[in-house]
Design a protein around this ligand. Structure first.
Ligand code: COA
Length: 264
């Protein structure tokens, strides 16, 4: 997929979303999940770099590998472009605040979070409550390199180990992304012991926070949805504090083709 900006006929990535006049609305009961590719031409990356704040540009400069730097720039520029459409503001004018564990937030809302795996990025936006999203490319090597016993709760480990061996890599990633989505929604980073809460992990079980060690009521205060896309080859989940929500999925690339639901 090619961004409109790859045509080289415009000066800034804003045009990627159909021009500066395109506005998105975010009803309280919806979570919008956007999928995007972080692979862009060097020219587009250079344009997107201008949209970033000085601290983001400084962080970009610290990446050791050019590919990681470019993906970070694109990820942040697209985040700004999407938020600007919800807020009816300019992407470069947005000022992110950072939580104790570096979660970017906007004081004015909406709640948002992003995750990337390889060249894929997923963004979640909500008007209703704290939100977290995680994605992993469906890769058995990633799963087998990581030992469940190190990251998961005893209940999750025993559920995983009771599964047929061929199902375990996928279940591992399902568990991983659900746990990460919850941690990211709370903004706790790895400060929250990963074995202190349980999530469902069978791919056919509804995504759910089952229990936390610190509060009997907490599990009931969160809602989770699985976002995995077998065809696209990724496993993903989103968690939000509050009641249930409807997931509305969109692709940045489709938007460029002009099929954008929910425009005002
Ligand atoms: C930082 C962390 C929140 C997620 O890191 P990650 O999995 O490497 O990265 P993801 O792609 O999921 O998310 C990164 C994005 O989340 C956002 N983010 C950063 N810190 C965050 C935090 N504390 N909470 C929520 N979101 C955060 C940022 O937007 C970041 O992307 P950007 O800096 O390029 O804009 C943290 O949980 C972490 O370091 N995890 C390590 C992995 C691990 O051990 N997981 C065990 C799971 S069982």
């Amino acid at each position: 997929m090619v961004l409109a900006t790859d045509r080289g006929d415009i000066g800034r990535p804003t045009q990627a979303f159909g021009g500066a006049d395109v506005r998105f609305s975010l009803p309280a009961g919806d979570v919008h999940v956007w999928q995007a590719s972080l692979e862009r031409s060097p020219q587009i990356v250079a344009q997107m770099h201008h949209v970033l704040a000085a601290d983001e540009q400084a962080r970009a400069a610290r990446f050791r590998f050019a590919r990681d730097r470019a993906r970070y720039i694109v990820g942040r520029a697209l985040l700004r472009e999407l938020l600007a459409r919800y807020l009816q503001s300019e992407p470069e004018g947005l000022v992110f605040q950072y939580g104790e564990f570096d979660k970017p937030v906007l004081r004015s809302g909406p709640w948002f979070n992003l995750a990337h795996s390889g060249s894929l990025a997923l963004y979640a936006f909500s008007a209703a409550g704290e939100i977290g999203i995680d994605v992993e490319i469906d890769d058995a090597d990633f799963a087998s390199e990581r030992i469940a016993e190190r990251f998961f709760s005893p209940a999750e480990v025993s559920t995983l180990r009771a599964m047929p061996a061929e199902e375990q890599p996928r279940a591992f990633l399902t568990c991983w992304t659900r746990k990460e989505a919850f941690i990211k929604a709370r903004g706790d980073g790895l400060n929250l012991p990963l074995d202190s809460f349980d999530v469902t992990l069978a791919s056919d079980a509804h995504a759910e926070l089952l229990r936390t060690a610190w509060c009997a009521e907490e599990a009931g205060q969160w809602h989770m949805e699985d976002l995995s896309d077998r065809q696209a080859g990724y496993i993903a989940a989103v968690a939000q504090r509050g009641n249930g929500f409807r997931v509305v999925r969109r692709k940045v690339e489709d938007t460029i083709e002009g099929s954008m639901p929910g425009q005002e």
